[in-house]
Design a protein around this ligand. Structure first.
Ligand code: EPU
Length: 302
């Protein structure tokens, strides 16, 4: 989808939108897969309602991109534009045990920044790639913790209301890799309330989680983390492994040799390769275990 009308380009510029024509989504996603479209970077939260109103009026479909680390985007010319928040400076402000964090902030950097100021709790999230907004939307978690446990307040663009709102933590439900946010809500900022802990102690926790992750996940490879959610009481990775599917490939899309719920782009995989691999593995697991695995990875196709 291309924006070419000079009048529209001028209107976007007035709204503080930095228009990047013909951006490859392969460059913005950790799987390094995805076609091309125009990217609209948002420099001012307050301009979002007017931006959405404008795009809807002229019928330009859009999708809102976080860090691109849990995302599988279709191939070719995409039929929607991408909206993404620009990173503000600073991304994080601390006030006692509260951390006010912009949704565009890098999750790992946020965990370490808070740790250096003796604020802990999020050690398990240290190796999780992506932005704080992305982690919040899906309630990212690892090693017994989840980000939702620390949320005091969220600033978001509520698509249904066409306005920016603040929600208190108790108004949001955080479940396993799922939240009560609507699919078209945009996370803008969050206030986390974190327990005080000495930096040294947090660092120790971070080292343990890093070590566990390094020993069980394919960290240096292009992936979107786990492809499937774990079904209740079971592990998708273990089931796929038990079927001997590590190394199974479609083109350059491959089930990781290290962790069977990570599917990696081992070279120039297309989205189609990855879709076929996902469908194949899902159907083999269903045949063998009678369980239909649900995607954890978010798919944007067509
Ligand atoms: N297992 C295998 N073979 C494999 C992978 C795992 O036998 O190829 C076994 C492990 O040995 C272990 C069990 O399955 O006994 C569970 O494995 P693991 O501890 O790696 O946890 P997981 O359930 O596969 C979940 C999250 C990860 C998170 C880890 C650590 C999901 C879908 N995955 O993985 O999150 O990092 O726990 O807390 O919930 C993600 O969400 O993208 C992600 C990577």
């Amino acid at each position: 989808m291309r924006i070419e009308d000079p009048k529209l380009i001028a209107e976007l510029s007035t709204l503080g939108i930095d228009l990047r024509p013909g951006t490859s989504l392969a460059e913005l996603t950790s799987l390094a897969i995805g076609g091309t479209t125009d990217l609209l970077r948002i420099t001012k939260h307050d301009s979002i309602p007017a931006l959405i109103e404008l795009l809807e009026r002229i019928q330009i479909p859009y999708k809102f991109l976080g860090g691109g680390s849990n995302l599988l985007v279709g191939d070719g010319e995409l039929s929607w534009v991408i909206l993404q928040l620009a990173k503000p400076d600073p991304e994080i402000l601390l006030e006692g045990n509260l951390a006010h964090v912009d949704a565009a902030a890098d999750l790992g950097r946020t965990v370490t920044y808070c740790a250096k100021h003796d604020l802990g709790g999020m050690e398990g999230l240290i190796g999780v790639p992506g932005t704080v907004g992305g982690a919040l939307r899906m309630n990212a978690g690892a090693y017994g913790m989840q980000i939702g446990s620390y949320v005091r307040e969220v600033k978001l663009y509520r698509a249904a209301e066409h306005r920016i709102e603040i929600l208190r933590g108790h108004q949001i439900s955080f479940e396993y890799r799922h939240t009560s946010f609507a699919p078209d809500d945009m996370m803008l900022a969050v206030t986390l309330e974190l327990p005080s802990k000495p930096f040294k102690e947090i660092l120790q926790g971070i080292r343990i989680c890093n070590e566990k992750r390094r020993s069980s996940q394919p960290l240096g490879q292009k992936s979107a983390g786990c492809i499937f959610k774990n079904p209740p009481g079971a592990s998708a990775g273990r089931m796929i492994d038990e079927l001997g599917l590590k190394g199974l490939s479609v083109g350059d899309a491959r089930v990781s040799d290290r962790h069977a719920n990570f599917f990696v782009n081992a070279g120039q995989a297309s989205a189609q390769d990855m879709f076929s691999l996902i469908a194949d593995v899902r159907s083999r697991v269903e045949k063998a275990f009678g369980v239909q695995l649900e995607n954890e990875v978010v798919v944007w196709n067509a």
